[in-house]
Design a protein around this ligand. Structure first.
Ligand code: NAI
Length: 333
């Protein structure tokens, strides 16, 4: 029986990278029926809202979605659709595997850790106001419920993935109440997982340590803002945003998406690297127990990375998005 998956092409390069991923997944002959819905700028033009109800309903019904990046206007305009989706669907865990591949130029070899970022609160709670014409306030929310939930998620993930250590990242030396609560919750949860080592590191020190010794880490759990920054920085360790996948996961709904944004500077030019979305697609297939298809694509990606002439320009190759996708499909067939 085919499984229905919501597909949101998104903005900018989104339609190109999601189409590439859809073609690759379909080429494995896995039984998937795509429920394609529009969000972002395209939806705003057509339906006068960047996030039509139909999108939320489709994800709630299908439980799993593959999503292209969506543009967020800076300073003005509509609120981030990405942040709103995570909040309204309670996708409390943002999961970003940071894994290096042979053939992809990266600062280190054999990197393999996962960043788990709290996705619903912290400084991204979206509670902001102007105090006067010359001052504005943003409220950072940290709760026991969300902090314990994300810490538990990180330990469970570590257990499933055979990882030995969970590292909690915080700034509790300065933000004693908010980050102090996050850290206390992580420490309390850690007591239930005696087989998994636990440590905590202050976020500024963590930034340096990750750049110097990324192999020291297995699973990193962090509040929203720190997790966001460390995730992109870590993507830089393994070859950039173009190859880092991600997922936003709740108790029974998961939305898989690339780490990069809509890249308006290269949209529609057939030069975007679809790897990040393809790797997110692999995570999506595993989440619905389609391991055979997932492993096949993973193997094809490992093979293609070793053939420099068959890569996209950002990875030092010459191929366009479509031609790169064709080459992966050739390996799959
Ligand atoms: P970006 O990730 O879109 O682009 C940063 C740079 O990386 C650009 O030079 C771009 O050309 C390049 N790049 C990104 N993805 C690439 C790919 N697959 N292949 C080759 N090159 C690639 O970040 P930026 O410019 O900060 O954001 C653009 C828009 O995307 C903004 O409106 C932002 O809010 C939105 N965004 C959406 C996200 C989402 O939907 N999850 C995540 C991050 C940003």
């Amino acid at each position: 029986m085919s499984k229905k998956i919501t597909l949101i092409p998104g903005d900018g390069i989104g339609p190109e990278v999601t189409e590439a991923t859809k073609r690759i997944i379909d080429a494995t002959n896995v039984q998937i029926e795509w429920d394609i819905v529009e969000a972002g700028t395209i939806a705003l033009e057509k339906y006068d809202t960047p996030l039509p109800d139909e999108v939320i309903e489709s994800i709630k019904k299908n439980k799993v979605a593959l999503k292209g990046p969506i543009t967020t206007p800076v300073g003005v305009g509509f609120r981030s659709v990405n942040v709103y989706l995570r909040q309204v669907l309670n996708l409390y865990a943002n999961v970003r595997p940071i894994k290096s591949y042979k053939g992809v130029k990266s600062l280190f070899e054999d990197i393999d850790f996962i960043i788990v970022r709290e996705n619903t609160e912290g400084l991204y709670a979206g509670i902001e106001h102007n105090v006067s014409d010359v001052a504005a306030e943003s409220i950072k929310i940290i709760t026991k419920k969300a902090s314990e939930r994300i810490a538990k998620f990180a330990f469970e993930l570590a257990g499933r993935e055979g990882k030995k250590k969970v590292t909690a990242v915080h700034k509790a030396n300065i933000l004693k109440l908010s980050d102090g609560l996050f850290l206390k919750c992580a420490k309390d949860v850690a007591k239930n997982y005696e087989d998994i080592e636990f440590e905590d590191v202050i976020v500024d020190a963590m930034s340096m340590k990750l750049v110097q010794n990324p192999k020291d880490y297995d699973v990193i759990v962090a509040p929203n803002l720190y997790g966001d920054i460390l995730s992109d920085m870590s993507a830089g360790l393994i070859g950039g945003l173009g190859i880092a996948p991600g997922a936003n996961i709740g108790d029974d709904i998961a939305v898989f998406e690339s780490v990069h944004g809509s890249a308006p500077d290269i949209a529609g030019k057939n030069i975007a690297n679809p790897t990040s979305t393809i790797l997110s697609g692999i995570m999506m297939l595993k989440s619905i127990d389609e391991y055979e298809a997932a492993n096949k694509i993973e193997k094809a990606m490992s093979e293609i990375f070793l053939q420099k002439d068959k890569l996209t320009k950002d990875l030092g190759g010459k191929l366009g998005t479509k031609e790169f996708t064709d080459e992966i499909i050739k390996i799959l067939k």
